[in-house]
Design a protein around this ligand. Sequence first.
Ligand SMILES: Nc1nc2c(c(=O)[nH]1)N[C@H]1C(S)=C(S)[C@@H](COP(=O)(O)O)O[C@H]1N2
Ligand SMILES: [Mo]
Length: 180
Amino acid sequence: MRRVTRRLGGVVPVLAFFLLGFAARADMAPHAAAAPPSAIIIIGDGGKTVSLGAEDFAKLTRVRVEVSFATEHGPRHAVFEGPLLWTVLGESGVIDLAKPRGTVGRVVIVTARDGYRVALALGEIAPQFEGKQVIVAERKDGQALEAGHFRLVVPGDKMGGRSLRDVARITVNEGQESSP
Ligand SMILES: Nc1nc2c(c(=O)[nH]1)N[C@H]1C(S)=C(S)[C@@H](COP(=O)(O)O)O[C@H]1N2
Ligand SMILES: [Mo]
């Protein structure tokens, strides 16, 4: 009992300190706690840059995909929902959906806010080629992800490496061929 009291004696002032700090900040800037408006930046060949926000996403048809993958913390299984990456790219205007042949030599680089990045081939997601249902998820297991936090979902991947959290940027380009 004494040990518990002593422990609480340490915890309470620390908690009070944080609560007071929070209240003071909330006082100074009443909107500080609101999530910052976030958008995904899409960059195409030639540097054409488009910003897609949550309201743009809301207009796109949502697809539902069920995935299972291995992670360092054990297996994951979830149902994600969001627009197809193909649709997102088409909507942004960085690729011409009417010219499927132009897609097969291109790569898609998806970068997260923490700098983590993954690559896909445009041919993996082009409906005229593999047509994989890769989505930019806004919902997981029926619940909205945290506002502005989109997750890349790549059905069929055995490991979670491309299940990139917190998409910040998507770049489509010709890739780089090393000179011999
Ligand atoms: N932004 C970001 N997304 C990421 C990673 C990361 O380091 N940063 N790691 C990936 C790896 S290697 C795995 S296995 C899965 C793990 O997903 P989980 O931790 O959400 O289950 O997230 C992937 N997505
Ligand atoms: Mo991983």
